[in-house]
Design a protein around this ligand. Structure first.
Ligand code: FES
Length: 261
């Protein structure tokens, strides 16, 4: 039986790309316009950028720098603003998972890097997201040695909490939440990391210190305040909920009440 896939007729796309080019953090940047033809609709967005770079290389021009690693929605390193939307138009989809069939022949796409004080631009579409690593290093871990993996049922966790912790742990740290937020706030990321551990018995012992340190680091990195517009959750490819921002605020309020115990 034939499966009716979108664009299964093999129709190819021609696109105009307006791409942010910037040699390094200190150089001024500007948009440059390129045309890419013969784009297979089944290509991923990053494969389309590979084609653009092949074309630029053949023309003796500098290829466009963009971040990627797994190309399957796991590592969180990809991330481009596509027509003003972090990771493009599809919900719960990373840039590397986005297929070109989402676009129409003749479309113009504007490609920019994440823009936030906490994410300085490295080059072209690449920004430095090590601020997220530093927030994580400030307290997003359990400080005791846990040894080898225990039996799954050695520490009983009510399913409600296990499920919520798992949902928060799904954050891949891509930074789309920051890029989508008008205040460049990192509350969804930090909330996910705080929630993940605070919900589990092994992480509860350090929850006050964790909340204090991670929020302090988040502020130090220059991320803005959350004003509850929820754009972060709308842009998140991992479906992290704004409930985690509410939990961050509760954990921080609880941590502010007293000492570390
Ligand atoms: S390249 Fe790993 S999530 Fe996109």
């Amino acid at each position: 039986m034939m499966i009716d896939l979108p664009h299964s007729d093999g129709g190819h796309l021609s696109l105009t790309l307006k791409v942010w080019r910037q040699a390094d953090a200190d150089s001024p940047g500007a948009f440059e316009t390129y045309r890419v033809d013969e784009i297979n609709p089944d290509m991923s967005f990053l494969e389309m950028l590979d084609c653009l770079n092949e074309q630029l290389t053949q023309e003796d021009k500098e290829p466009v720098a963009f971040d990627h690693d797994c190309r399957e929605g796991i590592c969180g390193t990809c991330g481009v603003m596509i027509n003003g939307m972090a990771h493009g138009p599809l919900p719960n989809t990373t840039t590397c998972q986005l297929r070109m069939r989402q676009f129409r022949n003749g479309d113009t796409l504007v490609l920019e890097p994440w823009r936030a004080k906490g994410f300085p631009i490295v080059r072209d579409l690449v920004c430095d997201r090590s601020a997220f690593d530093r927030i994580q290093q400030a307290g997003g871990y359990i400080s005791i040695g846990v040894g080898s993996a225990p039996d799954a049922n050695a520490v009983a966790v009510p399913k409600k909490f296990a499920d919520a912790a798992m949902n928060s742990a799904a954050c891949i740290g891509c930074g789309a939440c920051v890029a989508a937020c008008k205040n460049a706030a990192a509350h969804l990321f930090t909330g996910a990391k705080i929630s993940h551990l605070a919900l589990l018995p092994q992480g509860s012992a350090e929850r006050k210190d964790r909340a204090r340190r991670m929020v302090a680091q988040m502020d130090e990195e220059g991320f803005g305040a959350c004003s509850n517009t929820n754009e972060c959750a709308a842009a998140c490819p991992a479906n992290i909920s704004v409930t985690d921002i509410a939990r961050l605020n509760r954990e921080y309020a609880y941590a502010s009440l007293g000492t570390s115990d």
